[in-house]
Structures are given as C-alpha cells and as structure tokens.
Design a protein around this ligand. Sequence first.
Ligand code: SF4
Length: 340
Amino acid sequence: MTSRTLVHRDPGGQSALYETDLRYTGLLEGRHGERFREYRRLWRERSEGGDPGDFPLSLDLATSSGCQLSCVMCPLPRRPGGRRRRLMDIALFRSLMDEARERLLPAVTFGLGSEPLLDRRIPALVAAAAAAGVMDIRLGTNGQALTPEISLALADAGLTRLEVSLDAAGPEGYAAARPGGDWGLLARNVEGFLAVRAKKGLVTPLLRLSFLRLPANAGELPAFLSTWAPRADMISIQSPVWFPESLLPAPPPAPPGPVACRQPWQRLGVLEDGTLWPCCSWHGEGLLGGPDALGGAAAAWASPAMTGLRRALASDAPPARCSLCASAGKAAEALPEGGL
Ligand code: SF4
C-alpha cells in the first residue's frame, strides 16, 4: 500500500513536502550511501543555524531569466522587462560547476525566479551538473514547455527531480491562478513525462507535483490530491508568499522579532547576470548588496554581506525584508500534519 510521509515542513508553515514510499530518500541513499546521509545531516544541522561551512549545500540557478505566464502570485510579469528571456553566460555556469566539482556540492536547483525550460541549453546544463558530481539535480517548472522530447532529454541528462507546479485540479482554478497557461497542455505534458520515464524503464527523474493554496483555487486541493498525488513521487502543498507586485492581498504588517529562516546557511542563488540571492525568495533580492557570482560561489558564501545577513537573521532585529518574507509566507490555515 502506498504511504505519503511528511518529510519537510517550513519553519513558518509556508510549505510541506510529502514523499511517496520515501522514494527520494531511498533512491539517493541507495545511489550515494554515506555521502547522501551526510548531506541530509548537514542540511538538518544548518536548518538550526549551525556552522554554514565553506560552501552552500545547494546552488539555485536562473540560467535564463523570464517566464511565459502571468501568475497572480509572482512579481515577474508586472515588472518592466520581467518576462524577457536573458541567458546566463556559459563561462559563468562553467565556473560554478568547476567549484561544484571541487567542493563536492550535493545539490543544484534550476529555475530560480524564472522558467528554466525557456533555456534550450537546459538538458546540457543538467548533464554538466551530473558530470560535476552533483547528487541531487532538481528543476522547477510550470510544465508548459515540458514536451516528451524535453522529458526524454532531461531524463537522459541525469535530472533526479522534476518539480512541476500544478496549483489546480482543473482548467478553472488553473486559469485563475496562472493566466497565460494552458491546463490541458500541462496535464498532457505531465502524462507524457510519466510515459517517457516508464517506456525507458527509469526511476528518475522523480516527479514532485505542487499545489499553491490561493483564493483562486480554493476548494481544488482535495481533487488535486485524489487525481494527481497517485501519479507523483512527492507532493508539495504551499501557501503563497506575498510580494508587492503580486496580485494577492497584502498581509498585515510584519511582527517584530526573530525570523526562523535558515536558507542562507544552506542555499546560494545565482541569477543569469551573476546577481546573488541568499535564498530562493524574491524577498532576498538586494539583501546581499555588493558581491556577485563572478568572484565565485565560495567567496560569496564567506563574504561580509552573507555572514552579516546570517548574524542579523539569528538576532532579534532581522532585516525588514526577511520579517516581511516570513510573515507574508505564514500559512493562513494549518497544512496537513503527518501523512497524506
Ligand atoms: S528573504 Fe530572508 S527570510 Fe526570506 S527566504 Fe530569504 S533569507 Fe529567508
């Protein structure tokens, strides 16, 4: 019998991840043994604000900017030029992968604040991350460009986790949450991915499907769980984080006091132009000020801006953007506890 176990819960209750039959943990432990267990141990340790080490555990990359949709929760479509596609210089990407190899980087995520399948180089970039020895290679997408050919290329390249945002159980909720997207195309693409993976007899990429709880799709979560959860290896249920340019109602003012986020101990984000984020949130934009990725990820990780941000986050006076981020992403309603 299939079981779905809660394996991760964001400290603010913004997201919850459920794993089917512990497939991700079992698969990567089976492939990498002690190296994978150590990676997860470090992730937990850094979640508590422990030693950040000398390198991130995950590099989160926007190898291209832009997106083709106009989702209500995202700031991108309402920024001048926000949807435009600009590519990361391949020399920057290669230098990041050189550091990944040297530092035994455990994880890479493609799709930071952008739609990664707009970058046609993406299967080759995934293959380069695999060749650099990265264990956990993830790609988060809206799924609109996930053709069977791309699915096959990503599987062949060594992607371990494909994360597709559904945020609906049918066309009505989808059109309200993700204007510009085509629900029918998305559903066909997800089914096409599963068919390609089955035909090749592959286990990976594992499939994570996510549902962002919005006023626009209220009531569709039960249908999402009954229809889509059985097809997925992982399910993520999230509450939206408010951004000034999103079309969501503004949250109440952020309460004073500490913020529980420890992403700057775990992740480093790099945009296509080399701009650095200390996390995977748009609220992290600008928090690192000066440093950029051209000096290298290790230098950025140890920079005064990054160490100062960690110190501020662990204090009673975190940056205002972090207070806003934490309160704007707090689940209005409790996310399901235990299994699903
Ligand atoms: S903006 Fe601050 S609180 Fe939000 S994810 Fe980034 S570091 Fe964490």
